[in-house]
Design a protein around this ligand. Structure first.
Ligand code: BG6
Length: 507
């Protein structure tokens, strides 16, 4: 692990949801585990007028659950400061520079700064520009560094992402820019690399000769909650697939990097994105299914349909579910279908990657019994109940050779000594240590947008492509089953539908 040098972390959007729900609790955990440097401060910046004391009081509420460590909590809160600033005005940032200078003087901290942009995306460029005008954007060789963390969404399409990259690069160098995707901070996602590249048994099978298809599911049982306004302009493809799910594809499909190191790993994921076979606009209905949840009873309680959620247009055609089939055109994966799906108001919250292996080539037991109907599967459970599951055939005890599917199941909780860290803890610490391995490079973000762009275009230009209504609490539109063309194959359903009385319909 690299050393964490003294620095000041500025959070833009300090009054926002992400700061209180994720960033401050993650920073407190890092503090408790003594990962933060001795000389360290957090400067919250927002448009709202506030004082250091009030900011501390507000944040205290979000780390309250840690009652067992009241002293630690008080000490941590002393590291927090607040500066109100008109973030939309690039000339106002001189105020921030002055405040940073003042804080540095208190603890003799060099000009090492991290800027976390937890703001609405419209401000990304303005903040970067403001920091440049105030002269606090450049590294000084061997003396100090500056890093900027950009939250998602990084653009809303290919053009805007490209443009945003271009604009940010006017003020910061690529190696100063940390584009966050919190999925890469999840322990089990990083474990994909370890499973593949620290073992000898998987990699020889990890290719078109032995793998039948790959399936990735990210399901959520909640609806859009209070984020209807944002979500209605985004939809599942932008919100989950372009970033989180394609990052998972990158790790699953990449060639072995020469080292577990930023450039090597990011070069390999980039190659995967470059090999994604584009889905042509005219083929979108064949390869992509979109859906939207409708009102239904879930566990005895009626939940609203998407169009009844606050902030959502009554005639919205935004997808809350998307499933797609695609191919990766390279030596390893030629001809192997990848299926990915993500949706809200599905029966449960689960993210998992399933590697479906091909059947054994010759069934020597089938003359006596029905051939076992399960193909070997490796299930990587990203969340919850993090772990790995291998499904394989075993002889049922007794006469003859009756084959049954058995599970070899490893739970991450049995494996880790304590709690599993939250994604933001890992990612913040990595940035503090200058390690960008789990952050996304500019070219990779653009490449991922390039892949989803024809789908967005088709939905815009061909409004008659159906949006299928699915009752809340079910596994999404039944049409998604037709993506998997083989008759005896379906998606893996980790649990059953929770609603039986809703209607599937075309919206
Ligand atoms: C966010 C999306 O990026 O990821 C949300 O904007 C989604 O809509 C969330 O709910 C899912 O993250 P996780 O870690 O709960 O799977």
């Amino acid at each position: 692990m690299n050393a964490t040098e003294p620095h000041i972390l500025t959070i833009f959007g300090a009054s926002g949801d992400l700061t209180k729900r994720k960033l401050i609790p993650a920073l407190f955990k890092l503090y408790q585990q003594k990962h933060l440097p001795e000389q360290f401060y957090i400067l919250g910046i927002g448009r709202t007028e506030n004082t250091d004391d009030n900011f501390r009081k507000k944040m205290a509420g979000w780390i309250d659950k840690q009652d067992e460590f009241p002293q630690q909590k008080q000490d941590f809160l002393k590291l927090l400061f607040y500066e109100p600033l008109d973030t939309g005005n690039p000339d106002a940032y001189i105020k921030q520079k002055n405040r940073l200078d003042e804080l540095r003087a208190q603890s003799d901290i060099p000009e090492n700064y991290i800027y976390y942009l937890a703001t609405p995306p419209v401000l990304y460029e303005k903040v970067a520009q403001g920091l440049a005008i105030a002269g606090i954007n450049k590294d000084e060789a061997d003396k100090s560094w500056k890093r900027i963390i950009i939250e998602k969404p990084f653009g809303v399409d290919y053009e805007s992402a490209k443009n945003l990259n271009k604009r940010l690069l006017c003020y910061f160098a690529e190696d100063q820019i940390y584009r966050i995707d919190h999925y890469l901070g999840k322990e089990t996602v990083q474990n994909v690399l370890v499973t593949r590249f620290a073992n000898g048994i998987f990699e020889p099978l990890w290719n078109r000769n032995y793998i039948h298809h790959v399936e990735i599911t990210s399901a959520e049982d909640l609806g859009v909650e209070e984020r209807g306004g944002y979500y209605d302009n985004a939809g599942a493809l932008r919100d989950m697939v372009q970033n989180h799910l394609l990052q998972l594809v990158g790790l699953i499909a990449m060639e072995p990097p020469i080292l577990a190191e930023s450039t090597a790993i990011r070069n390999e994921t980039m190659k995967v994105f470059q090999s994604l076979r584009p889905i042509k606009e005219e083929e979108v209905s064949k390869y992509v299914i979109r859906g939207q949840y409708t009102s239904c009873k879930v566990k005895g309680e009626k939940v609203p349909g998407y169009r009844d959620e606050e902030g959502v247009a009554k005639d919205s055609r935004t997808e809350t579910y998307v499933a797609l089939k695609f191919f990766i055109d390279n030596w390893r994966w030629s001809g192997i279908p990848f299926y990915i799906r993500s949706g809200k108001r599905l029966p449960t919250k689960v993210t998992e990657i399933v590697i479906h292996f091909k059947k054994s080539p010759h069934h020597i037991f089938s003359h006596q019994y029905e051939q076992m109907n399960t193909q070997n599967q490796l299930v990587i459970r990203v969340q919850p109940d993090e772990g790995l599951l291998i499904k394989f055939g075993m002889k049922e005890p007794g006469v003859g050779f009756k084959v049954k599917t058995a599970n070899m199941d490893v739970h991450y909780s049995d494996f880790s000594k304590g709690r599993i860290s939250e994604a933001y803890e890992r990612l913040l610490l990595d940035c503090m240590q200058g390690d960008s391995t789990l952050y996304i490079r500019g070219d990779a973000v653009e490449e991922a947008w390039k892949f989803v762009q024809p789908i967005l275009n088709a939905w815009k230009n061909q409004p008659d492509i159906p949006v299928y209504g699915y009752p809340a609490g079910t596994w999404g539109p039944e049409h998604a089953d037709s993506l998997i063309e083989e008759p005896d194959l379906t998606w893996r359903y980790p649990c059953k539908n929770l609603s039986n009385d809703g209607e599937y319909c075309e919206l």
